[in-house]
Design a protein around this ligand. Sequence first.
Ligand SMILES: C[S@@+](CC[C@H](N)C(=O)[O-])C[C@H]1O[C@@H](n2cnc3c(N)ncnc32)[C@H](O)[C@@H]1O
Length: 266
Amino acid sequence: MGVAAERWRERQSARGIPEHILRHAPADPWTHHAPDFAPPQVPADTPSHRAARTLAERAAALGCGGASVLDVGCGGGDAAFGAAWPEPSPVSRVVGTDRQADMLAVFAGAARARGIPHGTVHGSWPDAAPRAGRHDVVVCHHVLHNVVDLPPFLAALTAAARGTGGVVVEMLPEHPMAWLDPLWVRFHDLHRPPSATADDAVAVLGEELGITPEVHRWERERRLPHDAAWVARRLCLPAARVPEVEAALAGTPPRRTDAVTLAWSP
Ligand SMILES: C[S@@+](CC[C@H](N)C(=O)[O-])C[C@H]1O[C@@H](n2cnc3c(N)ncnc32)[C@H](O)[C@@H]1O
């Protein structure tokens, strides 16, 4: 494993929650709540959606049946449906893959509501890759910071894209929970080392796969702040401590709003 992949592994491993804290967690601090990921009716106009749309248009122009889009770690499918918007769409089929089955139910419901032919593959990437098949466009938004062993994950994304298509990854410049690091110190005396960054991911792509992606840095719309109960669960704290978390949040800088789009062709 190269230097960049090792750095990614170390930094991501350091995001784990120590066993003595996890043991007392009243609820699973990791699981995402599927309804939170229902895609908006009208997708945001973002660099990632535009990049995937451009790839889909190119593939549809070269073929005769429209483009297929694979969404890895799809959640409710915001990435895939963003590529299919607006009509007339170059996307003829979307496939969502996710390790949480309830996310796939949200994805399938959203595809049905939009009248887009779809498929789902339940499983963890890259193990699920053989069942997902190859597609014109592969999108993967806000998943890399869940991954420790990045080279096989990225290699499988690249291999899933047909030669005429490409891959679009969206991520935050640092771990999405890095903004909570001061609260880990305050509530658990847990000092975390620096987060893996989008630059680290770009370095892994170059080192392991010889790929230099297009990199686009941009500002997202600020989202509603997570409430104190949500943060308490992430911090493995019981409901009784939500008021303390609320007070601590008042003095904590909010999560950064910048995002990064990486795009490449196989
Ligand atoms: C933060 S959510 C992002 C969902 C969606 N891509 C979006 O941008 O709205 C991360 C999603 O990736 C899924 N996930 C994380 N690691 C995964 C893996 N190795 N294989 C498949 N799904 C994964 C999670 O279950 C979750 O649905």
